[in-house]
Design a protein around this ligand. Structure first.
Ligand code: BDR
Ligand code: CA
Length: 318
């Protein structure tokens, strides 16, 4: 049953598309449970100009050029940008034939777009960051008053154990740990969809075959994107089963029952020689400092249900 529009969760997706960011956008726009107020972009998987173009390309593909896109700063708060061409290709969305954007990014930029959209929203908005947290850290640092209009932050980033960019750090947190620290210390409700859960949200050849079998242009584009993404994971990790990280942060909003969470205290290491970008999760209560749990850490998702949700979303575009 389609939810009453009045009960839909308003969201802003803050992303660096990115193969899995593209799937996150497609899932959000197809989910009747959420209303996408806009997309903000940041450099991460590719430089800012590329990720902003890619957001517009995905929207053009999905027939949703009406969704506003606003670009953030070209660099993280305190450091040069590091990108991931080995994972996502030089364009950030290598492997598929996408159209060019049909609309220009908003002239005011991400910071002002976020501020104005949040202040104008009649109900608290859920932010869904799926890239480095520069935009959200900057927003909370510059305009702390908008925190009252943020209902939750459902982010893809971090890990309780091993990282995927360094032994200690997951990529999104590694790129801008200072921004991530601002977010994790904000006191806002946070759902952290880190590597523990995203490595259970896997697509491999069978799921790609289901996308091909849709026989639609959009199904084929996403199958092509996933073929590229899977090839990297196969070469790097020896398995075709590939985490569709960013779509989990959307699933946690659209279908909260699908994602199992536990509350822990989480903070971010910003200076460690070996551990920069690590999300330090006190899952054994060892800090001994009386720090209160501040984050709902996502730990579980049913692979089959997640695949059905994502493939169903892509099928819904026809
Ligand atoms: C995260 O890093 C990026 O490569 C993906 O888009 C995802 O957001 C996974 O570590
Ligand atoms: Ca991403």
């Amino acid at each position: 049953m389609t939810p009453d529009p009045a009960t839909r969760t308003p969201v802003i997706i803050d992303c660096d598309p990115g193969h899995d960011d593209a799937l996150a956008i497609a899932l959000a726009l197809a989910s009747p449970e959420v209303e996408v107020l806009g997309i903000t972009t940041i450099g991460g998987n590719a430089p800012l100009a590329a990720t902003t173009r890619n957001a517009g390309r995905v929207l053009a593909l999905l027939g949703r050029a009406d969704v506003p896109v606003a670009a953030g700063p070209a660099q993280p708060l305190n450091r040069p940008l590091e990108t991931a061409p080995q994972v996502h290709g030089v364009s950030g969305l290598d492997g598929a034939d996408l159209p060019e954007p049909l609309a220009a990014p908003r002239p005011e930029g991400a910071l002002e777009f976020l501020r104005q959209t949040l202040l104008a929203a009649p109900a608290p908005v859920t932010l869904v960051p799926t890239g480095p947290l520069t935009n959200i850290g900057l927003l909370l640092r510059t305009y702390p008053e908008v925190a009252a209009k943020i209902g939750r932050i459902s982010l893809m980033g971090g890990a309780m154990r091993a990282g995927n960019w360094t032994p200690a750090a997951e990529f999104n947190i590694w790129v801008d740990p200072e921004a991530a620290r601002i977010v994790f210390r904000s006191g806002l409700p946070i759902t952290m969809c880190g590597l523990e859960v995203t490595h259970k949200a896997l697509f491999g050849w069978p799921e790609i075959a289901r996308l091909d079998a849709l026989g639609t242009r959009i199904g084929t584009v996403f199958a092509d994107l996933l073929r590229f993404f899977v090839k990297f994971h196969l070469e790097r990790y020896g398995t075709a089963d590939t985490p569709v990280h960013d779509a989990v942060a959307v699933a946690a909003v659209a279908r909260p029952g699908m994602v199992g969470t536990r509350r822990y205290h989480v903070d971010v290491e910003v200076t460690g020689e070996l551990t920069r970008g690590r999300t330090v999760v006190d899952d054994r209560g060892q800090s001994g400092t009386g720090l209160e749990a501040n984050v709902d850490v996502a730990l579980d998702i049913d692979r089959a249900a997640f695949a059905d949700l994502l493939i169903g979303a892509i099928a819904s575009y026809g």
